[in-house]
Write a protein that binds this ligand. Structure first.
Ligand code: SF4
Ligand code: SF4
Length: 66
């Protein structure tokens, strides 16, 4: 199963992950930290992880371990 992990200790809630994500409204919710709401719409473009200034997003494809 695909997973996207946000390091909540590093996340500043800047919202850049959600801004760049092509399916942002369905996938991301940014409150005091960024949360994944629903990954069914994610096509693993990795833009969110590349955009994050804190480098706190990890994308784990099926079979990859933390
Ligand atoms: S881009 Fe990174 S620091 Fe900014 S809200 Fe998203 S996860 Fe948090
Ligand atoms: S990998 Fe792409 S589609 Fe998936 S959450 Fe990140 S920016 Fe959105």
């Amino acid at each position: 199963m695909l997973r996207i992990l946000v390091d909540e200790d590093k996340c500043t809630a800047c919202g850049q992950c959600a801004e760049i994500c092509p399916k942002s409204a369905k996938i991301w919710k940014v409150t005091n930290v960024a949360h994944i709401v629903d990954l069914r719409y994610c096509h693993v473009c990795t833009l969110c992880a590349m955009e994050c200034p804190e480098n706190c997003i990890r994308i784990l494809r099926p079979g990859e371990e933390e």
